[in-house]
Design a protein. Structure first.
Length: 270
């Protein structure tokens, strides 16, 4: 498929799944409406909002993280290319009593679509793999930030793309040739299981850690800190152990630890 067809396939996939995800226990909508946060504990511990007032969440999907940042006292905007996802985000925000702006646009058109600059750009948790041009993504982030504004990126570690978690070994090439990985997935999704769905083909791109960090530096942002974590949001293998609240999965204690998620903060100096 050419790039346009890839984007169309991905959009259809997310359009169809957004209403399903809004009903799925994975997203804990009832708990969020009742005041719970979808943000991980480490996010709230490592990233300080400080004097920031505004935040834009890129590729926000159904808006649970966006809403959770609003509860930290921020004026929030969520951007996504799926109108059904934004419809669900608006519905959930209304149920939470949260005021938020929801904008429909492709990530690469975000600057024109939003028409504003922000104190914080937040993104991640499975977002970057859907983007074919990581350098262009970083330039969009830089253009959306005010001077002194910060990017806060929380993402699954790219090594997980290459990992066969059952054998805890490298099974696929960590480095990318720039071509998409076309997936013809079974029906359903990571959040809802094998329910009947019509659109089941997606295109995703591998970006190494070097690609990501270099693109951020190349866009003129200063890297403030970078953290790696030996846990993730999914059971990568059957023997992964789940935390009591069900939000985090870890490999068994007898297995060597690998980075499964990472976070970073970068500042726009001028």
């Amino acid at each position: 498929m050419v790039a346009h067809d890839n984007v169309t396939a991905n959009q259809r996939w997310w359009d169809e799944r957004a209403p399903l995800h809004a009903k799925a226990p994975f997203y804990r909508i009832d708990e969020i409406v009742n005041g719970a946060s979808s943000l991980d504990d480490f996010e709230l511990n490592e990233f300080e909002v400080g004097q920031a007032h505004s935040l834009v969440h890129l590729q926000c999907h159904i808006g649970t993280d966006t809403i959770s940042w609003a509860r930290q006292g921020l004026e929030v905007t969520g951007l996504d290319f799926s109108q059904p996802a934004l419809d669900e985000a608006q519905r959930i925000a209304y149920a939470c009593g949260i005021s938020a702006r929801w904008v429909l646009a492709d990530l690469y058109d975000a600057v024109a679509a939003l028409g504003a600059a922000y104190d914080i750009v937040y993104t991640g948790k499975g977002a970057l793999t859907w983007l074919h041009d990581i350098e262009r993504w970083a330039m969009v982030v830089a253009d959306l930030l005010k001077p002194g504004g910060r990017l806060y990126l929380v993402e699954f570690h790219p090594i997980t793309w290459a990992l066969d978690a059952d054998s805890w070994s490298i099974a696929l090439d960590y480095f990318s040739d720039g071509k998409p990985e076309i997936q013809h997935e079974p029906q359903g999704s990571y959040a809802v299981g094998p329910v009947a769905t019509q659109w089941n083909t997606t295109a995703e791109w591998q970006h190494t850690m070097g690609d990501i960090v270099s693109s951020i530096a190349g866009a003129g942002l200063r890297l403030d800190w970078f953290h790696e974590f030996p846990f993730t949001r999914f059971a990568l293998a059957e023997n992964f152990e789940r935390t009591r609240d069900g939000a985090i999965y870890r490999p068994p204690a007898n297995q060597p630890r690998l980075p499964l998620m990472f976070s970073l903060c970068a500042t726009k100096l001028s």
